[in-house]
Design a protein around this ligand. Structure first.
Ligand code: ZN
Length: 69
């Protein structure tokens, strides 16, 4: 199942932006996030974001939620 993914507008101290999927409790408000698109897997999103946009890293909560599903 593919999900919608978003990146945080705010950069972390390490200069990366966290990527969340829709429904993550840590997902920032609409004006604080960048829509990345619909992807099958967090790994693909982070890879695509790194190529097209900025240094990105997965939200660990999203990863944990994904593993359980
Ligand atoms: Zn998240």
């Amino acid at each position: 199942m593919s999900l919608f993914y978003y990146a945080e507008k705010r950069m972390s101290v390490s200069g990366t932006r966290l990527v969340h999927n829709a429904g993550c409790p840590n997902l920032p408000e609409a004006r604080e996030r960048i829509f990345l698109g619909s992807f099958l897997h967090m790994g693909f999103v982070v890879q695509a974001a790194n190529i097209w946009y900025f240094r990105a890293g997965p939200c660990l909560l999203c990863l944990a939620r994904h593993r359980r599903e």
